[in-house]
Design a protein around this ligand. Structure first.
Ligand SMILES: CC(=O)N[C@H]1[C@@H](OP(=O)(O)OP(=O)(O)OC[C@H]2O[C@@H](n3ccc(=O)[nH]c3=O)[C@H](O)[C@@H]2O)O[C@H](CO)[C@@H](O)[C@@H]1O
Length: 334
């Protein structure tokens, strides 16, 4: 049996790769999991369906610029959280700690190393987040999703790919050509509005929109609005093409399921990291990157018609989750 402590969440982009690795690990051996969550965030809702132990931390990410007044109380919360993490790890005594980034990963990773517990980290984005960059200096192994990330790390990294979370296997039947629209785990007002505009002009198409629960007044018959989709893999397999933001995990899923796509990066992302993720779609000839400022409805329609006429050829690729799970087993048994 492997005892593993995990952190990575706040957004789905960090959470699902961690869940994917745990699910692969479970296929190899029995596991005892302790998951550090952020109070009130997505992972607390999702993990209710699992039997993993959880410890909720009351932390918030630091705002930029880093020397802002608002960061004083946030830093105090991190210091407090570190005490909880230390006590929890000492009691739980994991064989290994695995984190997938986001601000909760920092206290967990740092304390793990202080307690001399092996630490593995995974980075989803092409441009690494601050937490993972800092943790990479002390981690035992660093996994990245894309080759293009290597240059950001001053150490050896393993290009594993981004673990793909597959939680159901329901066949979704669609009668019309269907376009899936996903604005990341929190949804996107920009993509919601775009879907509404497109659905009015593309009456022969059916739209499935994950709205993130954001308000949208659109009563077209050919648009199916879902607050959140639990079984994304089933939808990726069933639709003709997709429009998405460029969160790293979404991009990896589009590549894994070979979904022809239009990717519109969120312009507010730090260091334009979504734009860098998006480029992977064009590099792999899977679709188009469109910047918000260049968006033209007719152009999007023409591109969607081209993409939706492509034959979907889903060849089963090795799930990167397997690579990381095997490395975890190797580390624990060595
Ligand atoms: C606003 C923000 O901070 N965005 C970041 C966050 O995004 P975000 O959480 O939006 O990240 P991604 O787009 O990478 O991943 C979203 C994940 O949620 C899942 N999903 C989404 C919608 C839904 O209805 N159901 C569902 O299960 C997707 O399948 C995917 O697994 O983390 C990513 C990975 O570090 C970063 O690249 C993003 O820039």
């Amino acid at each position: 049996m492997i005892k593993i402590a995990v952190a990575g969440g706040v957004t789905g982009g960090h959470l699902y790769p961690a869940l994917a690795v745990l699910s692969e690990l479970q296929k190899i051996t029995t596991i005892d999991v302790l998951y550090f969550t952020v109070k009130g965030k997505l992972e607390e809702k999702v993990l209710k369906k699992y039997t993993y132990k959880t410890v909720s931390l009351d932390v918030k990410g630091l705002v930029r610029p880093i020397y802002s007044f608002a960061n004083i109380s946030r830093i105090l919360k991190i210091i407090n959280a570190q005490k909880t993490v230390k006590k929890t790890l000492k009691d739980f005594k994991p064989d290994i700690v695995f984190v997938t980034g986001g601000y909760i990963s920092y206290p967990v990773g740092i304390i793990a190393k202080k307690l001399r517990i092996p630490l593995f980290i995974h980075e989803q984005n092409v441009i690494p987040g601050l937490t993972n960059l800092r943790l990479s200096k002390v981690a035992d192994k660093v996994f990245v999703s894309f080759k293009s990330s290597k240059k950001y790390f001053k150490r050896k990294v393993i290009v594993s790919g981004n673990p793909i979370f597959i939680n159901e296997n329901k066949k979704i039947r669609l009668d019309k050509k269907t376009i899936l629209v996903v604005g990341g785990s929190g949804g996107s007002e920009f993509l919601n509005k775009l879907t509404c505009d497109l659905s009015k002009k593309m009456k022969d198409f059916h739209f499935i929109l994950s709205s993130g629960g954001k308000e949208l007044y659109c009563s077209e018959e050919n648009i199916e609005i879902k607050k959140y989709i639990e079984n994304m893999a089933d939808y990726y397999k069933a639709v003709n093409c997709a429009i998405t933001r460029a969160g790293a995990t979404t991009i990896s899923e589009l590549l894994y399921f070979q979904v022809p796509s239009i990717v519109i990066p969120w312009e507010g992302a730090t260091e334009s990291h979504q734009l860098e993720n998006a480029k992977e779609i064009e590099k792999n000839n899977l679709g188009f990157v469109i910047r918000e400022k260049n968006l033209d409805l007719e152009d999007v329609i023409n591109k969607l018609i081209v993409l939706s006429n492509k034959t979907r050829n889903f060849k089963k690729l090795e799930n990167p989750a397997k690579i990381i799970a095997k490395e975890i087993v190797k580390e624990v048994l060595k």
